[in-house]
Design a protein around this ligand. Structure first.
Ligand code: SAH
Length: 355
């Protein structure tokens, strides 16, 4: 059975489903989901992420986190956690860059939160010199200092979409007709979680809600507030979204989100404002939302590129220059991707970010 057939059967039985339920099925269905069945990264896959573009990304993240650890008195043991680690490349770069930070590796307990069995196997191979522990949920994180990174994790969490109609909201739903999936809308009703969006939206506007992000962030911020540490959340998005940001990518091309369920990556822009509110509610601090390009420049990506360039052939050098541009330039990932740091009330923010 294809995922499309499975979804149509489910809709015929239970009625139209939310965009969040549709995303969850497409990405993580146990046998037909996008992440559960493949390695989606790189030129042969559907999309490329910052750590897959260049080792410099993970190295600089590693140095920022290690500096937090030193600033906070080198606590031992601590959890070094990544949410949604993909191929494990970012964590491998973090570990290589921090090799010479005295005591850091001995104190670190490496923990990965990953839903995909295929990607877990690849992560085990990438990180075989530093065997990690996998957990299914951040709720399992030990009560101890936490250094955490999440790159392009929150954009994969399911979102619901709502259309403004008068002072109420109609949920955008996925239904089925004549053997095909299509978008429709549910009945008008109030949405408490969207009360504050009545001020900045008008008739017909679409807004998105990512309920799944809040409990995850609450645990992370809670651990950092109580035990120390820091988190770096990197994703594409902004303070809060307006409009439909649901996006499907297949073979590096934009696709219709309903056309190939389970065969295309589905993401949505991350709204950082609800993450910031949840962070503050836990007594944890967060930094300003900072463009990825600015963050990486502050951490010295250009000096790092110059150091790497010394050992390179001309063609390798061109690749390095292209990677530097892709990660930092405002027309590429530099502006669209943002970074927010979490840190305890008594500590300095992670290097590269401002309170
Ligand atoms: N951080 C990596 C991969 C980003 S893709 C990189 O930058 O290259 C998203 C990652 O999150 C994948 O590893 C995917 O399997 C994982 N993922 C998506 N939804 C998840 C969920 N609900 N729980 C745990 N992992 C999830």
């Amino acid at each position: 059975m294809s995922l499309t057939d499975h979804l149509i059967t489910r809709i015929q039985q239970d009625g139209p489903m939310s965009v969040a339920d549709y995303m969850a099925e497409c990405l993580l269905h146990p046998t037909l989901g996008y992440y559960t069945t493949r390695d989606p990264f790189g030129t042969k896959g559907d999309f490329t992420t910052a750590p897959e573009i260049s080792q410099m990304f993970g190295e600089l993240i590693g140095l920022s986190l290690a500096q937090c650890w030193m600033d906070q008195g080198r606590p031992a043991p601590f959890t070094l956690c990544e949410l949604g680690p993909g191929r494990g490349t970012l964590m491998a770069d973090v570990l290589r860059a921090t090799r010479s930070v005295s005591g850091f590796h001995d104190a670190a307990q490496i923990v990965l939160v990953e839903a995909s069995p295929v990607l877990k196997e690849i992560q085990a191979e990438t990180l075989k010199d530093h065997p990690p522990q996998w957990i299914d949920s951040v709720a399992e994180l030990s009560e101890q200092p936490l250094l955490l990174v999440a790159n392009e994790f929150f954009d994969a969490l399911p979102i619901r979409q709502f259309l403004r109609e008068g002072d109420g909201w109609c949920e955008r739903l996925v239904g089925a007709r004549d053997g095909a999936l299509l978008f429709g809308r549910g009945p008008n009703g109030p949405q408490v979680a969207l009360n504050d969006r009545l001020a900045d939206t008008k008739e017909g506007d679409l807004v998105e809600l990512c309920a799944a992000a809040i409990p995850i962030l609450t645990v992370v911020a809670g651990r950092i507030a109580s035990h120390g540490g820091a988190a770096l959340i990197v994703d594409y998005g902004d303070w809060h979204s307006l409009g439909d940001t649901l996006q499907a990518l297949q073979n590096h091309e934009r696709a219709d989100p309903l056309a190939a369920p389970g065969l295309a990556d589905l993401t949505a822009h991350v709204d950082f404002e609800p993450l910031a509110i949840a962070t503050r509610a836990c007594g944890c601090r967060h930094t300003r939302l900072t463009p990825q390009g600015v963050f990486l420049e502050r951490l010295g990506i250009t000096a790092r590129a110059q150091a790497l360039a010394k050992a390179l052939s001309e063609s390798e050098l061109n690749l390095l220059i292209a990677a530097h541009r892709r990660l930092t330039h405002p027309d590429e990932m530099g502006n669209l991707f943002k970074v927010m740091g979490l840190f305890p009330a008594y500590a300095a923010p992670p290097p590269g970010l401002e309170p």
